[in-house]
Ligand binder design. Structure first.
Ligand code: SAM
Length: 195
């Protein structure tokens, strides 16, 4: 079975380019079959990106970058972004999307969860997590986040209200000094955990 979170999706490659207006700017994204949100900009991702706290001098990690929907927008507002994913097709599409959006202050790295950023710290980790990969993966993302955040750094994530929000919020409350709800709407919640 091939999922958007497989290392090598086995569905034939199809691409579709979309244009989106987000955080006051236009972006063009190549989207692909076998990569999350083919042919569209995900609504949960939009709620997260529109409401994320970003500062000019920040280094940010986009964990599970897909075609680059989060990292590429965020790069316009911060100093540097590292984008990672386990799906090799996502990695190749995200690299192309960096180029077509003239983003030079970001890079894409392949690998599982935090492996590509071993020993590195960020001001924020921003993610639309792979809920379908299972609770264990969500748990790993949340509980290991503080190791990769500076003191006071933020894990910012979006989750469907009816698909894991309670689980994630309580996990974040056990892991972080404080947890805030940054936004809600269209069946999603955006949470920030402060390390
Ligand atoms: C819900 S999608 C979000 C994609 C993109 N950030 C967006 O908002 O459109 C989650 C992403 O996490 C990736 N992913 C799943 N399991 C992973 C893992 N173990 N390590 C790294 N990335 C993973 C998937 O391939 C997918 O691209």
């Amino acid at each position: 079975m091939s999922h958007y979170y497989s290392e090598n999706p086995n569905v034939p490659l199809k691409t579709r380019t979309i244009e989106v207006f987000i955080r006051g700017q236009y972006f063009k994204f190549i989207t692909a079959s076998g990569v999350f949100s083919f042919g569209k900009y995900d609504e949960g991702t939009r709620l997260l990106v529109e409401n994320a706290i970003l500062e000019k001098d920040w280094r940010v990690l986009d964990l599970g970058c897909g075609y680059g929907a989060i990292g590429i927008v965020v790069a316009k507002f911060v100093d540097y972004v590292v984008m990672t994913d386990i799906n090799r097709r996502a990695i190749s599409i995200a690299k192309k999307n960096l180029k077509i959006n003239n983003v030079r202050n970001a890079e894409v790295r392949w690998g599982n969860l935090y492996e590509p950023v071993k020993g590195q710290k960020f001001h924020s980790i921003i993610t639309n997590p792979p809920v379908h990969a299972g609770k264990e993966v969500l748990r790993e993302i949340v509980i290991n986040a503080p190791k990769h955040l500076y003191d006071g750094g933020l894990l910012q994530l979006v989750i469907r209200t009816n698909q894991g929000a309670k689980f994630i919020k309580s996990l974040m409350e056990q892991t972080f000094k404080d947890v805030r709800e940054l936004a809600k709407g269209s069946g999603y919640r955006v949470y920030a955990g402060i390390a």
